[in-house]
Design a protein around this ligand. Structure first.
Ligand SMILES: Cc1ncc(COP(=O)(O)O)c(C=O)c1O
Length: 324
């Protein structure tokens, strides 16, 4: 297979986004290491501290800074459950481009409000992310917008790679990363950087058990689109694989696990206790995956990404009262 992006695409994205974003902190917490056990040292990449509270702002800035001026002037559109949309809205506000985001009906209301507050138009239509994608495709035809797909776009994946670039520049001796997977921009970005800077680093992926299409296809080799997904970690709620990332995931991941909503919620509570950091479900999934992989990763230095902080109040209440 040909790898979807090159290392120079990631360094190029890093150059383009540097004027807009400072590197996010990379920290370790002895109490978290103790709780994880097995002699694992956990390096925590705090993407929750970026503007918009998620790594996706890298993706949005990388994509929009690579577009020609006439495309920026016509405006861009994307489907999103919120974090990609907020990233694009932020990038659009910095670069003067009109941004339209298509979200499924009933989408996280706080994410919708955040996108609108950043100046984006939010179109609520479709049952889930994949149906919102069809709405975005229609708006490309009707309005002449440029589509910035949350996964099937090389500049988006390169933007996500910049977070792994920061991790490996700060900590070249890392043994493994455990990465939450929705479409795969983050995991493929990390593998692209690792292939160049740290070929012995192993990248593992974790999906929500209620949205495990990519996990299942990775293990079986058979791609099946799910009729519906069921997880409170909406950043991971995808129904199928994506053509740009799936071949690289199959070729490059060292392993792929799932975490139930209860395990993800446990990881959120553990992060609160040990790091006093609030993350959304997708943002805690990397830690949930690491806990599943504890035996495999015993004694190693492992990076996890707190990929997003944008939990809504209703789900936060359910997590804190242990309903999830
Ligand atoms: C907070 C968060 N973490 C992880 C992911 C999954 O990332 P990717 O689509 O790159 O696999 C998303 C996607 O929206 C997200 O919002």
């Amino acid at each position: 297979m040909s790898w979807p992006i090159g290392f120079s695409d990631v360094t190029g994205a890093a150059e383009r986004i540097r004027p807009y974003l400072s590197p996010s902190p990379l920290r370790s917490y002895p109490t978290l290491d103790d709780a994880v056990g097995a002699g694992i040292r956990v390096l925590v990449k705090h993407e929750n501290f970026l503007p918009t509270g998620a790594f996706k702002v890298r993706n949005g800035l990388s994509a929009l800074t690579a577009l020609p001026a006439d495309a920026l002037a016509r405006g861009v559109v994307a489907a999103s459950t919120g974090n990609h949309g907020q990233g694009l809205a932020y990038a659009g506000s910095r670069l003067g481009a009109a941004v339209t985001i298509c979200v499924p009906v009933g989408n996280n209301p706080e994410k919708n409000a955040a996108m609108r507050a950043l100046g984006a138009a939010v179109v609520e239509e479709g049952r889930d992310y994949d149906e919102a994608t069809e709405v975005a495709a229609r708006l490309v035809r009707e309005r002449g917008f440029t589509l910035v797909h949350s996964t099937n776009s090389p500049t988006v994946v390169a933007g996500a790679g910049t977070l792994a670039l920061e991790v490996l520049q700060a900590h070249p001796g890392l043994d493994a990363m455990v990465i939450a997977l929705g479409g795969g921009s983050q995991a493929v970005g990390a593998m692209t950087v690792a292939r160049e800077l740290a070929p012995r680093l192993r990248v593992f992926a974790v999906q929500a058990a209620g949205a495990a299409a990519t996990h299942d296809a990775w293990h079986s080799g058979v791609v099946r689109t799910l009729a519906k997904v069921d997880t409170f970690a909406e950043g991971l709620a995808t129904r199928s694989v994506y053509e740009l990332t799936f071949p690289a995931l199959r070729a490059g991941l060292a392993g792929f696990v799932t975490a139930t909503d209860a395990e993800i919620a446990d990881a959120m509570r553990l992060l609160l206790r040990t790091t006093h950091t609030l993350v959304e479900g997708a943002g805690a999934a990397g830690l949930a995956g690491l806990l599943k992989l504890r035996d495999t990763l015993a004694g190693q230095q492992v990076g996890i990404v707190l990929s997003g902080a944008n939990i809504d109040e209703a789900n936060l209440r359910r997590v804190m009262s242990r309903e999830i």
